[in-house]
Design a protein around this ligand. Sequence first.
Ligand code: XIL
Length: 364
Amino acid sequence: MIRAELSRRAAILGSLAASMAVPAVARPSISNELAELPSLKETGRASGIAFGLSEPTYLFPANIGYYEQLCRECNYLAPGNEFNWANVKKTKDGRRYAKLDQIAAFARERDVKMIGHTLLWYHTIPKWLHELDSAGLLRAMDAYVSETVSRFRGMVARWDVVNEPIRVQDGAEGLRRSLFTDRLGADYIKQAFAFAKAADPQVSLCCNEFGFEYRKREDALKRAAFLKLLRRLRDDNVAIDCVGLQSHLDASLVLDLDGVAAFVGEIKSLGYKIAITELDVIDAKLDADEEARDRLVARHVDDYLGCVTAEVRPTTITCWGFTDGHTWLTMFHRRRDGRAMRPLPFDDQFNRKEMWSVIRRYLG
Ligand code: XIL
């Protein structure tokens, strides 16, 4: 899976390089008006709701200008999947912090904090972990979490300590089965948060999930299972302060506004903060031209953020990508007309889109 992703990454790199080779030419449209406005970085700084962007790190530092531009637009940067366990400790005794150190220093010089995405994710488990027994796995988890969290103390604003712990089909509790649950049971979550808290008592610690937004039975079940987990973690006094809503939206689906509002309200009443952690919008099934799609995507984001923020003020709004020229969504979605998707707040020429303007309103 990871290998397949790496080759897809190579393809993405090619298209990113191509898109970055094109000089930024402003389009004579809405972008021009937006270009005059203060950046989301400034807006976020003023309002206290941070604006984040995620970007893979393959082109760092070769294409430094791209990251310069990115750091001008956001308060937080998630360095793709660079923090994942399988990346940092691909081998038992290895450690790959060099690029993270460089990026963290680069970001700090530009007044940008890092998002620590993500420590425990079933999808990025290093192979050598499978050989360990329960005690060995717990020791390895302690070592990796403690070392990584303390190394970036003061540079990381929030850790996504556990990513995607729910899979309704996997059992009565709705907890996703993985090496973690197989060896350590449901308590792996509690233990991971305890290690992270001990390593940096100040930093915000988050549990991150996807898939609750639409009028679908599976989304309703997922909300219920996630709430159940969050209640249990609250009862057990686990050191989680924030719940991350990934928010990979699809503009061709119907939002369950009541369901989302009740869900967010419940999370809030459990005492957790809320972060929007991976916002982007699939427009693969919208039968419309670019301009209309941009409008529909912006409206969809508006409806969603309107619903969430009516219940709670999020700590952060982070987009999973910077420009339309480079999105992970192409791994899973293609438009039938062969045209590029437009899921992000900036187009492939770095122009601000209507989605940018909607996010600005919610940051403000
Ligand atoms: C994605 C990255 O964007 C890709 O580059 C990578 O190959 C696969 O993972 N939810 C998450 C993110 O929490 O880590 C995922 O990121 C997107 C879905």
